[in-house]
Design a protein around this ligand. Sequence first.
Ligand code: GLC
Ligand code: MG
Length: 558
Amino acid sequence: MTDIRALAPDWWIDAVTYQVYPRSFADSDGDGTGDLPGVTARLAYLAELGVDAVWLSPFYRSPLHDAGYDVSDYRDVDPRFGTLADVDVLLARAEELGLAVVIDLVPNHTSSEHPWFQAALAAGRGSPERARYLFRDGRGKDGELPPNNWRSGFGGPGWTRVTEPDGSPGQWYLHLFDVTQPDLDWTNPEVAAEFEAVLRFWLDRGVAGFRVDVAHGLVKTPGLPDLTHTREELADLPTNAAPMWDQDGVQEIYTAWRRVLDGYGPPTRILCAEAWVTPPERMARYVRPGQMHQSFGFDFLSSPWEPRALRRVVDASLESMSAVGAPVTWVLSNHDVVRHASRLGFPQPVGPAGGIRAHDPQPDPVLGLRRARAATTLMLALPGAAYLYQGEELGLPEHTTLPDEVRDDPVWLRSGHTEAGRDGARVPLPWVADAPGFGFSPTGRTWLPQPEAYRDHAADAQSGVLGSTLELYRSLLRLRREFRLGRGELVWASTPRSTVLDLRNGDVRVVVNLGSRPVDLGPDADVLVASGPLTRNGRLPRDTAAWLRAGTSPRRPA
Ligand code: GLC
Ligand code: MG
């Protein structure tokens, strides 16, 4: 068992957490799939990068129909990723390096291969085994119609009909995601008890907390009524207008979990909500006192690269979170969205979801990377915690030309091949420019092909290279720590220019130029770090951000 007592008691408040997607981080055994020993071998790289914590996406036993977010055994490691002993080695190494390890918890659904679901299929209608999931009789004369009109988030119907043990057409079960991800019934105390036991299983092994998958989905409106709003209407309504999302009862579950976690600290063991919820006041409910610690600020991630929108979302995030005494948790990329180095590379703002295919309009990689570096420079200056997604420190773009045949995301399948899905953000990392598979695996194998452009982004090609994205991230993280920016307070400059974000956090002034003309930083500007080179006469070019020693800021508007 790992001892994590060396962590600061409240390490999480301003922590920068690096998301490892184990399948694509580093492969140790040459099978082309990343694994836990691969992660352990690279933990020193993460410590050197300067992050405080690591979040591991699921490595549990799983048929990988949704890349591991379909868990068939919550207490074991999938053989493709390693063993429980490998987890212990990883945790021990993280402890040596002073890194906290947060793992992924998937409580909304299990895999259809989970023993509970198999037992539910075998036990039949009305059984206690079925009562752990949301089985219902169908509508229509012979129950041939689904119990309601809910759709799967991956496309297609949200219900699938089963064949009863006697061979007759039977009940339906709810799956808000893939058909292999049956939703659990969280009104069943057995389900709650099981997940508390799972929490303890991993806390006892020494994890520092959990990122909670689909935290806004566990409670459904009783009676499972039809969804009465259209997609267009829902876009303008609070998330809880839909009977399957953000229902009030969900917080009771987290109150119970919080009690479990509090029994282990200090240092604090945390819960971080993945809750795609609007408006911000609703999101704040997840991090009220006695609830979770963090909730991803997806509004920031979804914001267009536009000064007014950014300022609005930064203010709204800080306001809604501070109203409940919680820090904001900033994030720009993860395994579910188009990498921000590509997302920001379009002249018109594009949403984070969906993926990009070879025949779609392609992002401008130079523009995208330039803006991505500026966006990260802004994000890491903001008070609160932040999450980074593996590879963003290398400036990795999305793989936007993956051959359709290799796509593995259920979104691709269930959308009837109309949405590319998320594979483009999940391509194996390039570690070594001049090695097969860019050093991802000792054999050069990679479970998804890497684009040729990844060569220039390889870690070894950037390490120690002034001006590289990797060195930018290292500088930002070092300075963020030195100036305690995560614990600071944001003050906007009094007379803002409409195309410039100008703010102060403690001893650091942050300027982001979103206009087309270079910005004068003043004669004795003391630039600590900038997301890109300044112009020859020391101005801040477009789509560039800089941190300056505050107080030296000149040109105070009269
Ligand atoms: C979350 C995960 C995503 C997964 C879904 C269903 O959104 O981040 O990858 O597909 O939940 O578990
Ligand atoms: Mg492997």
